[in-house]
Design a binder for this molecule. Structure first.
Ligand SMILES: NC(=O)c1ccc[n+]([C@@H]2O[C@H](COP(=O)([O-])OP(=O)(O)OC[C@H]3O[C@@H](n4cnc5c(N)ncnc54)[C@H](OP(=O)(O)O)[C@@H]3O)[C@@H](O)[C@H]2O)c1
Length: 229
């Protein structure tokens, strides 16, 4: 299995690289030129294609011959970085490639998510700040996911809760809609978010799903499991 990790140098990206290597996958990582050194720990074990992830030629080169592509979608910048990245992956991954994208709970697929007021407040503040200091474009990440949802590729969009560092607790649990009781704790270890992304490559039940995830040892996940017994 050969996979490409788009956004490999970030925190999530590096965890995904490690999980992929642990499984014996061949890994091609894409990251901005200035971030290549963040991948020094993997020197000689992965191939790096340096460049902005929304540059089509960069993605075309990186995904060639890959069976799966893991893409970190971020709202940074104001030049449609997320939408450009998603579009390039959708256009250049060979037909049948498993495509996994990351984003946050704020992305909705069918409008049926019920958001906690804290999350709505956070999004409002972020939108207000980025109107004044335009360092990110929240709507661009929304547009990126809209394009993925509309595509006829074998996609999964993994929607992350709030994240924390710490040792792995195991594969996160998921649900289709934010607001479902199992997700109430709203916290996932970043290393486990990465695990979910990598495991999704082999889980066809997640094709055309937008799972919202939460840590498997969080109170809400444990309460849900107990109620099933
Ligand atoms: N942070 C959270 O609490 C949270 C919550 C829910 C979901 N998520 C989702 O999780 C994913 C990764 O989040 P993370 O917090 O773990 O961050 P991360 O892994 O550090 O990823 C950040 C990514 O953004 C890139 N980046 C940073 N600044 C950039 C810029 N100005 N232009 C272009 N790219 C830039 C980084 O590349 P470089 O290495 O080149 O800087 C890296 O690939 C995202 O899809 C995010 O929506 C995060």
């Amino acid at each position: 299995m050969k996979i490409c990790i788009v956004g490999a140098s970030g925190k999530l990206g590096r965890y995904m690289v490690q999980h992929a290597l642990d499984r014996g996958y061949g890994v091609v990582g894409v990251c901005r030129e200035r971030s290549v050194s963040k991948l020094d720990a993997f020197k000689g074990r992965i191939t790096i294609v340096p460049g902005a992830t929304n540059v089509r030629g960069v993605i075309q080169q990186a995904v060639a011959g890959c069976d799966g592509v893991l893409t970190v979608l971020v709202p940074w910048g104001t030049d449609h970085y997320a939408a450009g990245t998603a579009q390039a992956v959708l256009d250049y991954a060979k037909p049948g490639t498993r495509l996994i994208f990351s984003c946050g709970w704020h992305i909705t697929r069918d409008g049926k998510d019920v958001y906690p007021s804290s999350l709505k407040r956070e999004e409002k503040i972020m939108r207000w700040i980025t109107r004044i200091v335009p360092f990110a474009d929240m709507d661009d990440q929304v547009e990126a996911c809209r394009r993925v949802f509309a595509s006829n590729t074998r996609w999964t969009v993994v929607r992350g809760s709030d994240l924390e560092e710490g040792e792995s607790q195991g594969l996160p649990v998921w649900s289709r809609h934010v607001g479902d009781p199992i997700l109430a704790s709203n916290i996932t270890r970043r290393v486990d978010y990465a695990l979910f992304m990598v495991e999704a490559l082999q889980n066809d039940a997640l094709i055309h799903e937008a799972p919202a995830i939460v840590g498997c040892r969080t109170p809400s996940a444990l309460a849900f499991a107990a109620a099933q017994k």
